[in-house]
Design a protein around this ligand. Sequence first.
Ligand code: SF4
Length: 137
Amino acid sequence: MTKDLRFECQPGCIECCRQQGFVYLTQADLERAATFLGLKPAAFERKYVYRTRHRMRLRVPRRANCHFLHQGGCGIHPAKPSQCYAFPFWPELLGSRRAWAKTARYCPGIGQGPLIQIATATAQAEEMRQGFPEQYR
Ligand code: SF4
């Protein structure tokens, strides 16, 4: 486990949103974002979600990182998916000093701000584990 965690998201930064990779969704994520946008969950899913047998993820637009990433930041910030709000306290990052250090190369918030209680960080990681059991088996 990574020790002495400091993290404070930096205003105006969108680097984590610009990284390669998919944003996976729980059913609760889908419903929260749909409500925020004033859509029925089914309508939100048709437009923004790619569902396989075991997982759902946001569709990736052709020439952008995310449908909801605008110049001012995340367009669904108050209702953003759990994977996004838990960052950088993902189990795979918290559990590896190396992965944490690698993430710090693009996330300027790592190493900034007050010390984060380990319990706070692990609670976020646990939420990820529970939300995505296939991924963290
Ligand atoms: S990369 Fe780090 S500092 Fe930048 S928006 Fe993401 S969490 Fe915040």
